[in-house]
Design a protein around this ligand. Structure first.
Ligand code: ZN
Length: 338
């Protein structure tokens, strides 16, 4: 391993390696070239964003959208009173998590070759940001997008409606725990399914009210056909993203061709960001058009406390990441001393 004096190319950050030259746990399925040194320096990691490696576009496809969402937040703050109007606070939370999860992902993809431990910690943070995003989505769906059928008094789904956000918070923490746990498991279809399931379950849970709304639309719901259109597109793109993540297509068919440009993880990033963009358009349409209707059915405290809830989930997720980081260090220590 690491006959690393013989590299397959050279970039600004240093030599670039083939799959058989890097440790097994750094290898990606069906990706043959474009690996960075598994013990790169911070400077090498930063310079590698200009090199033709298999991570370069993984970084850019989330780094640029993160700044796009920062710009959206800035742009909306010109016409939206985020400071004084409580109606806007769930939207503010949602925009924050829209900025945070692609940024965390870009950082994870950039620095995961600092060391073995750093690789794990980077992805712990990536998973926890994704889980936090799922919670931000639940807060904003509950605030602006719930279907009239679930909001009305006497709805048979009152328990679900009233506890939707709390269950989503639990899901977000469980998702972080399970996805981090998969990094301690040996590669297997079960590990892959558990990791994908950890992200799919909160997404599916969050989406139930939207699916219900699309299937049982009432006049109050269909006031925003724009929202329905973007929600439908968002579902299509999300399933496409999950399919790309799970299938390793197209590189599975012709290994070596898509190593630098066009492999499944890059396409997964692009599809998932397009899905979030569609979701944002739908949320903004509801935010504009349903104010009068949804505010009548708000759990006022919930909306008022939305920022607090997001912060609580953020900190608990960070504790989970800290727990797994300590576990990682203890494991390495044990292996060394045995
Ligand atoms: Zn990624």
């Amino acid at each position: 391993m690491l006959g690393m004096s013989v590299s397959t190319g050279h970039g600004l950050s240093g030599p670039i390696y083939r799959v058989e030259q890097v440790p097994e746990h750094f290898q990606e399925h069906f990706i043959l070239r474009g690996y960075r040194h598994p013990k790169s320096s911070v400077t090498q990691c930063l310079l590698s964003v200009f090199d033709p490696t298999n991570e370069t576009l993984n970084v850019w496809t989330h780094f640029l959208p993160a700044w796009y969402f920062v710009w959206v937040l800035y742009y909306l703050s010109g016409s939206t009173d985020f400071l004084n109007d409580q109606y806007t606070w769930p939207l503010f939370c949602y925009l924050l998590v829209c900025c945070a999860f692609p940024l965390a992902s870009a950082v994870a993809h950039l620095f995961n070759v600092l060391s073995d431990r750093a690789r794990h910690v980077c992805f712990f943070l990536d998973y926890s940001a994704l889980a936090l995003f799922s919670f931000g989505v639940a807060v904003t769906y509950r605030a602006y997008c719930f279907p009239a059928g679930l909001l009305r008094e006497g709805s048979p789904f009152a328990w679900y409606r009233d506890n939707y956000v709390f269950v989503a918070a639990f899901n977000a923490m469980l998702c972080t725990f399970c996805s981090c746990q998969t990094r301690f498991m040996k590669p297997s279809p079960f590990r892959k399914a558990m990791r994908l399931g950890s992200f799919a379950f909160p997404y599916l849970y969050d989406s139930v009210p939207i699916v219900y709304r699309l299937l049982h639309s009432t006049p109050e719901d269909s006031s925003s056909l724009t929202a329905h259109y973007f929600f439908t597109r968002q579902f299509f793109l999300s399933f496409l993203a999950a399919f790309l993540y799970a299938s390793h297509l197209p590189e599975r068919l012709v290994p070596g061709i898509f190593d630098i440009v066009g492999h499944s993880h890059q396409l997964f990033h692009v599809a998932s960001i397009m899905a979030v963009w569609d979701q944002l358009q739908a949320v903004l349409a509801d935010f504009e058009e349903r104010r009068e209707f949804v505010q009548k059915h708000w759990q006022f405290e919930l909306a008022k406390n939305s920022i607090l809830f997001v912060l609580v989930v953020f900190w608990i997720n960070l504790f989970i990441v800290a727990y797994f980081t300590i576990k990682l260090f203890q494991l390495k220590h044990k292996l060394k001393s045995s």
